[in-house]
Design a protein around this ligand. Sequence first.
Ligand SMILES: Cc1cc2nc3c(=O)[nH]c(=O)nc-3n(C[C@H](O)[C@H](O)[C@H](O)COP(=O)(O)OP(=O)(O)OC[C@H]3O[C@@H](n4cnc5c(N)ncnc54)[C@H](O)[C@@H]3O)c2cc1C
Length: 552
Amino acid sequence: MAKPVLFAIDDDSEVLRAVDRDLRREYGEHYRVMRASSGGSALEALEQLKARGTPVALFLVDQRMPHMTGVEFLEQAIPLFPSAKRVLLTAYADTDAAIRAINTARVDYYLLKPWDPPEQCLYPVINDLLADWQATFRPPFEGVRVIGHRWSPEAFQIRDFLARHQVPYHWMDVESDPEAQKMVEGGKDGAGLPLVVLTDGTRLVQPTRGELAEKIGFKTQAEKPFYDLVIVGGGPSGLAAAVYGASEGLRTLMVEGDAPGGQAGTSSRIENYLGFPSGLSGADLTRRGVTQAQRFGVEILTPQEAKALRVEDTYRILTLGDGREVSCHALLIATGVSYRKLDVPGVDRLTGAGVYYGAAMTEAMSCRDEDVYIVGGANSAGQAAMYFSRYARRVVMLVRGDSLNKGMSQYLIDQIGATPNIEVRTHVNVAAVHGEEHLESIDIRDADSGEITNHPARSLFILIGAQPRTQWLEGVVERDERGFIPTGPALTRDGQRPKGWPLDRDPYLLETSVPGVFAAGDVRQGSVKRVASGVGEGSIAISFIHQYLSSI
Ligand SMILES: Cc1cc2nc3c(=O)[nH]c(=O)nc-3n(C[C@H](O)[C@H](O)[C@H](O)COP(=O)(O)OP(=O)(O)OC[C@H]3O[C@@H](n4cnc5c(N)ncnc54)[C@H](O)[C@@H]3O)c2cc1C
């Protein structure tokens, strides 16, 4: 395949030469650097690149050009190369226009001219953007292929698993893709599906998550029997603790039962996390967090579940899903919360076949030009609605309450209000879902009149809140009636330390009823359920863990 292109556009020939020189010097080995002195000539070149199938990784374009501004150019270039990263070159005086362009042309970054020295002002930005681009770029027909029926829950689970572990794959629907039909021995009858074909040609028929994880090379067994710190859960809290723990010298193991990233990993766009003015997707945040943790030497087991905890002297011993044990001195529970189930007739049977928990971003392309229903009225439902509105003909939000205001941030309410193909229906709930092999229709009940109406539908996404998964701590760590874990001052009642507490000090701020066992993030009683607060708690837990370790 031809090298991906970095495209620089500027009408000032001196600036253009300088950009070209700096880009070639740093990226010439892996990328082809192209340049044009106007938006028009760049667009002509792009048409040719498109026809030849050459990918474009990045546009670096001057904002103030005659005939066509940088933003106008990007608006025409994006449909040709939608995944290319977009950097606007601006003078200081144009920064307001550049910030507006973050919304209008989805500009990823604006760089102020001049960018000297490039090692400081240019390369870090471009490196970051190219790493992002590489993570989602799929060269044609290379990588893992997944073949199955669109409505197969098993095929959905495989796609979801690969996507959440950031493994690039190519989905081939056996009903509509002749090449997929050729690849499936035994024809279209569904026998032997879903099929996963790995890059080396290995064919996995109806693989379990464990088989898939092993063949793809994920690690599910710990290298050592003992660690200073074991973290259960790889969402934002767990990842932050892993980064801080390992960077401060603790031998750290992170155990993740599903896929790193947790709930945040399922978010299509987190707009309120500090330092990312144009937002970032949960997948991006996860990839960055995992890379950072691994760089500091954190060992990550995934998918591998914590099943039980016991305490022996100063050791905290964790039993894993495969029956193996791993022990440590300090344990951090960062298991967050998981989706609350919608308990109405038909949902269990059709889950994965048109009914999905969470935003299931793998389904977005399949929903193109269809109606999408979303149950829920909080931020996660709002983000999902915005995301699907880019693909679906119409998105209908089904909200139990009388408005979006209670559970949703104002910026999302505003975005939804300004998106013409999103319809918000309040005071309604889902009464039942119907379909033979996949979702075909939904019964919606009007809470005021009690009237039930039936609506044809092929996709229903459920985002109705969440509950903690802490049953495995039963009888060991104190939990409240809803399963959340109290820590620190919440454990001391009427001046009494928690039952069985053996030490002559109060529990630390994030310490549970068991000394040396800490909790952070959404799973903690009274926590603020946000990415930033999870990251904050995961990080400060490490400081208490140091204090604990120095006392044993
Ligand atoms: C769709 C969506 C959009 C959101 N958008 C935003 C946003 O824009 N801004 C914002 O601030 N917040 C947002 N949130 C909330 C935010 O994602 C959460 O507050 C945050 O992810 C909590 O982090 P956590 O690490 O505590 O838990 P989680 O993210 O829930 O991660 C917990 C992890 O633990 C794992 N786990 C659970 N039990 C076990 C076990 N027994 N063994 C091993 N592993 C286990 C789970 O698989 C999971 O990966 C959003 C949430 C959702 C669902």
